[in-house]
Write a protein that binds this ligand. Sequence first.
Ligand SMILES: NC(=O)c1ccc[n+]([C@@H]2O[C@H](COP(=O)([O-])OP(=O)(O)OC[C@H]3O[C@@H](n4cnc5c(N)ncnc54)[C@H](OP(=O)(O)O)[C@@H]3O)[C@@H](O)[C@H]2O)c1
Length: 311
Amino acid sequence: MGGFTNIDVSDQSGRTILVTGANTGLGFGAAKVLAAQGARVLLGCRSLDKANAAIDAIRVDVSDADLDVIQIDQADLSSVRDAAAQVNEEARLDVLVNNAGIMMPPREMTADGFESQFGVNHLGTFALTSLLLPKLGEQPDARVVVTSSIAHRGAKIFFDDINAQSRYRAQDRYGQSKLANLMFAFELDRRLRRARSSTIAVGCHPGIADTELARHLPLLVRFAVPLFRPFFNSAAEGAWPTLMAATAPGVEGGEYFGPTRRNETAGPAGRARASSVSRDGALAAELWELSIEMTGIDPALPGNDMSGDQN
Ligand SMILES: NC(=O)c1ccc[n+]([C@@H]2O[C@H](COP(=O)([O-])OP(=O)(O)OC[C@H]3O[C@@H](n4cnc5c(N)ncnc54)[C@H](OP(=O)(O)O)[C@@H]3O)[C@@H](O)[C@H]2O)c1
């Protein structure tokens, strides 16, 4: 049967990998495995205390782990810029794992005035990635990984009310942010191909994994979680698609990875199904322009010329 798990991660010695949201959940699970395989792992975290606790926890099992903290709050673009500047001081960057995210908080705004799920999950990711593309491009086989969700299916981008000023349904906005994550991964990869870059962009999702992501869900739902735990991935298992996307040999740009069992909710990682909307190039180009407008950050890669070169 097979499928990719942590034991399939190859030797990562000499490589530097930034994992956002690495202090807990999937990010922590991925960071620990990557460190155990010899990577220098940069833990992108908004809380220094939580980041240092995560470093201590990884070193219990991986005593010689090469770890450092990049402080980043994706709800604040000035923090994203500072974090990118710090990463740009590194000798190299081989993989950027965009994992940090929030799910279904009450309506709140980022420091820059964006609805928080779109702001943190998508715009923070868009900005960080854009600012790190030149650094990634220094390596011959760099990768950008973007974490989506099964929730991207059936979701839509609210272009006419992007900051939820007229209506806020938390699950719609979570779905929007995860669809935006996947559209961004695919659009970025298309543009990298057009720019003849050797960097690739891929997507991944963890199925349903037992992490702190449910922290904003109603108490009743959180009390019910233990009943369903046997059906979930653990946080470490949920990181398998992330690890596959970040390290598996032969991965091609525009691929999407997730768990292979129980309708992609659990089990070892393999190729996952992306919705047709997530592959819609025209919609993705619109999202790309909106993201530049909102963040003021332009990755400056060639765009989709719908009438011209099809490659
Ligand atoms: N768990 C699942 O079943 C599931 C399913 C589908 C997709 N996902 C996706 O997987 C990713 C990881 O989620 P998880 O399940 O591991 O959740 P988690 O345990 O809640 O971890 C989320 C991580 O993101 C960080 N984060 C949140 N807001 C941030 C901000 N403004 N700036 C920087 N970092 C921030 C958190 O930091 P703090 O600890 O400081 O808050 C934490 O490190 C997310 O993108 C999520 O959408 C998860």
